[in-house]
Write a protein that binds this ligand. Structure first.
Ligand code: 5GP
Length: 212
């Protein structure tokens, strides 16, 4: 299995000594993937982590496919090796973030975005690592439900399960440091808010490589 990334070959010069993690989480259908996608045209000092999953690929060109697809056996093996920074069963499939990939990016000074579900986000928060956390949400939950139904790539049962699970996810939002509201038709504004958070976090004195 290879975990490639288009940014692997590029260096970065964002003034940060060591990178840090930005957890971007939220309930299903909140549009976290779209917000991150939109932010790509605004800045180039972050990388989006590639998740390992047992979910079937959605097909070529599907939006938001940032995954290494593996079998359940391979996933369990990675779990027992302790390869994951966090992992969770989400809507009947397993998803995890590999430690080695994240570590390599952090040591090269990248801001590493983890687009992960709320269970995984809570696990990262338990670790003694440098992170900040963002909860992405629409103003109206019905918008998120409609997004899931309109995506057209998941089965009806899968969509209904995602909607049921999202109630618990909304209940966890006050454990996050920031909220980004992703209102319908205002994707750019949401991406700008996330970008401002990245700017503020990377401007923290403890993160600079500039010396007194
Ligand atoms: P999807 O199957 O729609 O791409 O993703 C389903 C959910 O799994 C989303 O909420 C997504 O953010 C989450 N997810 C994707 N990758 C990971 C991961 O590596 N770890 C965890 N915990 N959740 C993930």
């Amino acid at each position: 299995m290879t975990l490639g990334n288009e940014n692997t070959l590029k260096g970065n010069d964002n003034g940060i000594e060591t990178g840090f993690i930005v957890i971007v989480s939220g309930a299903s259908g909140a549009g976290k993937g779209s917000v991150i996608e939109e932010m790509k045209s605004m800045r180039d000092d972050f990388v989006l982590s590639i998740s390992t999953t047992t979910r079937e690929p959605r097909g070529e060109g599907a939006v938001g496919e940032h995954y290494a697809h593996v079998s359940s056996e391979d996933f369990q093996e990675l779990v027992s090796e302790g390869a994951f920074l966090e992992w969770a069963e989400v809507h009947g499939n397993y998803y995890g973030t590999r430690k080695d990939w994240v570590q390599e990016k952090l040591s090269n000074g990248w801001i590493v975005l983890l687009e992960i579900d709320v269970q995984g986000a809570l696990q990262v928060m338990q670790r003694k690592i440098d992170y900040t956390s963002v909860f992405v949400t629409p103003t109206d939950r019905k918008v998120a439900h409609a997004r899931l139904r309109d995506r057209g790539t998941d089965s009806v049962e899968d969509i209904e399960r995602r909607i049921r699970n999202s109630e618990w996810e909304y209940g966890q939002m006050n454990k996050f440091e920031y909220i980004v509201v992703n209102e319908s038709g205002k994707l750019k504004e949401a991406a700008e808010t996330l970008s401002v958070i990245l700017t503020a976090e990377s401007s923290k004195m403890r993160r600079t490589k500039i010396r007194p």
